[in-house]
Design a protein around this ligand. Structure first.
Ligand SMILES: Nc1ncnc2c1ncn2[C@@H]1O[C@H](COP(=O)(O)OP(=O)(O)O)[C@@H](O)[C@H]1O
Ligand SMILES: [Mg+2]
Length: 250
């Protein structure tokens, strides 16, 4: 279980996160949902150990890891821009994170991730030769082979569309459930959060607006922000789909 207790962070005079508390059970997928600039990426980096919080505590399986450095926390992230190395091919990118972790994963296990993400045909390609979805899967594989205790994903779907997006969505869900891997993903898209997550933390201007299951949020929105930002966007999307089909029967 991962617990955040009253996490706060300021950049200069600006309070970017204030008093964020939540608990995440092992194997759950939790979305951090909010507008651009609301502090989502900062919170992800604080959990990772890349950014220091000003106040608060992070507990992992009851241990206080607040002061544990990033390398020792054992969590790992896929950054929004994937941050792949252009001078290495796909396979060497995937192996890159293992440079200092000899023996922690066998070649057979690496191949299993590669097969699961259907990357076999692309292993010798350079990064610029890959499509958006292929880059995303290489980035995911590179992170998974380090066997993180928590998987952090910053807007993993925002650069993808259509069928590719749906297939990556399903893969992320399968990974979380099959490997019982706690997964925290950042998104600004309410529909993505609703369809991906066991629970959603809605952040507004650095504060928790609501934390609950998708059902809770749909049926019991706790404040005007949830109603106006989250539910309205979903309704608008639904309406635009209906209008495409004439709207008569749905
Ligand atoms: N390293 C930094 N130094 C100063 N301000 C920052 C830094 N990182 C983020 N911010 C500011 O903190 C706020 C939240 O940013 P961020 O966490 O990236 O939001 P989100 O991911 O929700 O778009 C923004 O106003 C951003 O400009
Ligand atoms: Mg961000």
């Amino acid at each position: 279980m991962l617990q955040l207790q009253n996490v706060s962070k300021q950049f200069g005079d600006k309070e970017v996160l204030s008093d964020i508390s939540l608990s995440i059970q092992t194997g759950e997928i939790v979305s951090l949902l909010g507008k651009s600039g609301s502090g989502k990426t900062t919170l992800l980096k604080i959990i990772l150990g890349l950014v220091k919080m000003d106040n608060g505590k992070i507990l992992f399986n009851e241990d206080n890891v607040s002061k544990v450095p990033m390398e020792k926390r054992g969590f790992n992230i896929v950054f929004q821009d994937y941050a792949l190395f252009p001078h290495l091919n796909a396979y060497d990118n995937i192996r890159y994170g293992l440079k200092n972790k000899k023996g922690s994963i066998t070649e057979q296990e690496i191949q299993e991730y590669i097969d699961f993400l259907e990357l076999q045909p692309h292993l010798t390609k350079r990064i610029h030769e890959l499509s958006g979805g292929q880059k995303q899967r290489v980035a995911l594989a590179r992170t998974l082979v380090t066997k993180p205790k928590i998987l952090l994903l910053d807007e993993p779907l925002s650069a993808l569309d259509g069928v590719i997006k749906e297939s990556i969505k399903e893969r992320i869900k399968t990974i979380a459930k099959e490997f019982k891997l706690t997964t925290i993903l950042v998104t600004h898209d309410p529909e993505e959060a609703m369809t991906m997550s066991d629970k959603i933390l809605i952040i507004n201007d650095g504060k928790v607006s609501q934390f609950g299951t998708p059902e809770d949020i749909m049926q019991r929105p706790q404040n005007e922000f949830v109603r106006s930002f989250i539910l309205k966007q979903l309704e608008m999307k639904r309406q635009s789909i209906l209008s495409l089909y004439g709207g008569a029967h749905v």
